[in-house]
Every structure is written in C-alpha cells, then in structure tokens.
Write a new protein. Structure first.
Length: 278
C-alpha cells in the first residue's frame, strides 16, 4: 500500500492506481507543459495567472504573421525575450524527479512543450528530450535558416539594435521556437509519435492537453495500448481516458509518484516499432 496521506477517497484511489502503474512500468514516455515550470517562476499561458490570460495582446508576439509583418511586434518580442523569466529560473523538484526517472533507465523519452531548457539544466540527457516547440535560447533566420544563440542576438539588442536581422543574409531573425502559424519540426513530431507508441506508460505533467499536435500524443499512446496518467492542476480533455488523474502541485506530485519503488514485471514488453515502417 502507498501512503496516500490526507486525500479524499477519489484522490486516494487515483494515487493508488498511479503508483502501481509507475512501479510496474519499464518504459515510460513523459509529456510536460508549462505547468511543470510555474514553480520555477515561469508563468504559463492559459492558466488563471497565465501570460495570455492577463494580457491577450501578448499572444500577438507569438503569431508568425504579425511577427513577419510588423516591426513593432518584433521589437516588442526582443524586449520580451530579454526579460524572459527563464534567464533566472532554476529547475525545481518536478524537473529533478524526471531526471531521476531517466537515471533509473526507464524513461523512453521526454516530450516537452516548454522552451525553457529546464529539463536539460536539471541534468536530463538532451538526447532524451524532444522540444516540440523549440528553445528560446537559440535563434533562427526566417530567410536562410542560419542558427545562432539568443545571447548573441540580445547583446545586439542591448547595443542599440531593437530588431537585429540575420548577419548572413539580412533576413528576419526569430527565437528558435515554434510560433502560432508555424509548423512543428516533422522529425521531432515523428520521434514523439514513436515514443508515445513505444511505451507502457504515458505520463503527462503540467499540460492542459489542448494544443495539437502535442496533445494528440496522449491519444496515440492510449490507442497503442499504454496506460495514461494525467498530472495537471486543471481538468484536461483526456482525463476520462486516463488510468489515473492527479491534481496538485507538480513539485510535490512528481517526486512522490516517481520515487515509488519498482516491482518486478515479467510480462512481455510490448513495442510497436516505427510507424513509418507499418
Ligand atoms: Zn539569414
């Protein structure tokens, strides 16, 4: 039995089931969203205190058409990157718990919607991290594809260029993140799909599961036969497909859930292989 503390009965049943699944799972794929970084001081977008909830205009900075068309949007975007809380943030207990899971050899892959690199800074092997929405610490030229570091671009902003352009071709420069209206990297999506179908347990943490195609990974995992655990403060559209739903602070939920001792599991390891070969 797991100590479920002062939960109500429904919570207790969810925790019991979640801990059993984690204990027995040999291959776990995780999807994280903004909710895992709020404890580290990075506000989410759509939550009660979200960036877009408080200031709907801020969403324009993340829209590719506005960014391309309006130099003022670009200047505002550079100012916002310079004061992004990720520069100061430190990984929290939830990030560290996932690194521990990886160290136990049971993490198949970690898909993240976050651009803050806190998983890597928590010591997670970058090879295991699939950044669905890119990283804010890189830049890319929208004309020629030249990549660079955000630090170098922001140095040019600090030196008086409010909208630095590509030094190779003069094209519009942007953070190496996926904006609204931009496609996700198909290679990253494919790797994410493989990891979703190739696990016994799919765990989501801190994502509202409303943004596609990221949210579709949960569905894909369930359809491929994996158990789903949803850890999120608010309800998600996938709660009714989940074997267990855990609310509460992820900095408490994940360390507690992922430190459950493993139990021997001798059933054959189910694997679905590479969907591109079906
Ligand atoms: Zn360029």
């Amino acid at each position: 039995m797991v100590d479920v503390g002062e939960c109500d009965e429904e919570d207790a049943a969810g925790w019991q089931r979640a801990c059993e699944l984690v204990a027995a799972a040999r291959r776990i794929t995780v999807l994280t969203g903004a909710g895992i970084s709020t404890g580290a001081g990075i506000p989410d977008f759509r939550g009660p205190n979200g960036v877009w909830t408080r200031d709907p205009r801020a969403q324009r900075l993340s829209d590719i058409d506005s960014y391309l068309a309006d130099p003022e949007v670009r200047r505002a975007a550079w100012r916002s990157r310079a004061r992004h809380p990720a520069w100061e943030a430190e990984p929290g207990p939830a990030h560290r718990a996932l690194t521990e899971l990886a160290n136990s050899g049971r993490l198949r892959a970690l898909l993240t919607q976050n651009i803050d690199e806190l998983h890597q800074r928590a010591g997670l092997d970058p090879e295991l991290v699939l950044e669905l929405h890119g990283s804010m610490f890189g830049t890319v030229c929208l004309e020629c594809g030249e990549t660079g570091t955000m630090r170098a671009a922001l140095r040019r902003v600090a030196e008086g260029d409010p909208d630095p352009s590509c030094e190779r071709c003069g094209g519009i420069l942007k953070s190496a993140t996926v904006s609204f209206g931009q496609a996700l990297d198909p290679e990253v999506v494919r790797s994410g799909q493989r990891a979703a179908m190739d696990c016994e347990l799919f765990l989501t943490a801190g994502t509202s599961l409303t943004v596609h195609p990221a949210a579709g990974f949960a569905e894909l995992a369930v359809r491929a036969g994996a158990d789903l655990i949803v850890c999120n403060a608010e309800p998600t559209p996938y709660d009714d497909q989940a074997a267990a739903v855990l609310r509460g602070n992820l900095d408490e939920v994940l360390p507690r859930l992922l430190s459950v001792p493993t139990v021997p599991n001798s059933s054959p390891l189910r694997t679905w292989g590479d969907p591109s070969t079906w």
